[in-house]
Design a protein around this ligand. Structure first.
Ligand SMILES: [Zn+2]
Length: 415
């Protein structure tokens, strides 16, 4: 009997043997259960270069005349779009806020290999503005030199420093600021089109002007670390607020006479919203409530993974704070949760288990929904002709058997 966490000793087989090359011009994944992502059927995917050429039901179509067909047998495992993580801080001991470009690449690889992430938005915690600009330059250098075969950086997420100190979570209060126009314009000018998401607390002074300005610059404005009222969230949405980070975490509690930011996040259908489905940040019932409350197109699974993701139990530094990591939980020294240590495949597994929904219902939250939050839905997030060939193959226990980033295998397990 196969145990959870022990992948089957099979998987991707070419018609002529195991995959031995990472340069496959055209190949066909077949004999899989395709999730795309709202529907499920037996079939496969034909990839040409970096692009999806065809998604088919049943057996693979015959090869074109004169063309050799490279078949990769998925042995009835699950073929799905690669995961898109728009809130992730690092892995393998490296935090995007302080890592060098090479260290950031190692963290990115970890999420691709272990978690099936094929596109991501590296996320930085609150830090001095000049420090954030330097980190952005490092990640921009990585982004520029990225080739197919690695999880693609789609831009950057600044989670702060424009946050309410009362809901600071693991952010250092000494770096927190009000979103004054000069600061916001300076960041937008410095980061350019690398800036994809900016998380702020809408109740802070100048926040509404900042939201309007950022919306005009096509930056997705997210709400987080907030004690806002329903009315304050309403005003922010009218100015262009689109998204909510880690629903339930670091926000004012729900009260039936004053539902606040959480009540607004769960009931305003215009807002997409994230959930950390690791069973640590959110009770299963809260995850269930989240999926019952939000429309299917507005749920987003994120890892919010810290540098300790992928490391054995131990300690590391986040800025000047010690993070203690034990048995799947990361804490600050004061005992508060600091972030997660999961990867996207486990977030998906957790969300399916805790929501009571089937995989097809939850999968958009890890693929097309986050892609749309940052305007990348045209090329990412689903298996469609002409889209980037970002694919992941999972077994029945959500173990990653293969990750293809823009048509190039990043990892696979073979016999
Ligand atoms: Zn975070």
């Amino acid at each position: 009997m196969q145990e959870k966490g022990e992948p089957k000793e099979i998987t991707l087989r070419e018609s002529t043997g195991i995959i031995t090359s990472n340069k496959l011009d055209c190949f066909t994944l077949h004999n899989g259960i395709v999730y795309n992502p709202w529907e499920r059927f037996y079939g496969g995917v034909i990839v040409r270069g970096n692009i999806i050429e065809q998604v088919f039901k049943g057996d693979p179509p015959p090869a074109k005349t004169g063309e050799r067909q490279l078949l990769i047998d998925c042995c009835e495992n699950r073929i799905m779009p690669g995961f898109v993580d728009i809130h992730v801080h690092g892995a393998s001991g490296f935090d995007f806020t302080i890592a060098s470009d090479l260290e950031s690449e190692k963290a990115i690889y970890h999420h691709g290999i272990s978690g099936g992430t094929t596109a991501l938005v590296p996320t930085m915690v609150s830090a001095p503005i000049e420090h954030l600009k330097q980190s952005a330059r490092n990640l921009s250098a990585v982004r520029k030199r990225q080739a197919p075969g690695t999880p693609e950086i789609l831009g950057l997420h600044l989670e702060g420093p424009f946050l309410n100190p009362w809901y600071k979570g693991a952010h250092s209060v000494k770096y927190l600021k009000n979103p004054e126009a000069g600061l916001i314009e300076d960041l937008v000018d410095s980061l350019g089109d690398n800036l994809k998401i900016l998380t702020l607390s809408p109740e802070l002074p100048h926040a509404l002007e900042a939201i309007s300005y950022l919306k005009n610059k096509t930056v997705t404005v997210a709400l987080g670390h907030s004690g806002a009222s329903v009315e304050e969230v309403e005003q922010a949405v009218a100015c262009g607020l689109q998204h909510v980070v880690h629903t339930f975490s670091a926000m004012r509690r729900f009260h039936h006479r004053s539902p606040g930011v959480l009540g607004a996040a769960l009931t305003d259908d215009r807002l997409s919203a994230e959930i950390i489905a690791d069973g640590v940040h959110t009770h299963p019932t809260a995850v269930n409530l989240f999926f019952r409350s939000k429309p299917r197109g507005k749920t987003v699974l994120v890892t919010d993974a810290l540098a300790v993701c992928g490391l054995p139990d131990g300690e590391c530094l986040l800025d000047d704070k010690k993070i203690i990591y034990r048995q799947g939980k990361a804490f600050l020294e004061n005992g508060n949760l600091a972030g997660s240590v999961i990867t996207m495949n486990r977030a998906l597994e957790g969300a399916v288990e805790m929501s009571g929904l089937n995989l097809e219902a939850v999968l958009p939250s890890a693929t097309i929904n986050p892609a749309r939050v940052i305007g990348a839905g045209k090329c990412k997030g689903s298996l469609e002709k002409g889209k980037d060939a970002d694919l992941v193959v999972l077994d029945d226990y959500y173990n990653v058997l293969a990750t293809f980033c823009r048509g190039i295998p990043l990892t696979y397990r073979a016999i």
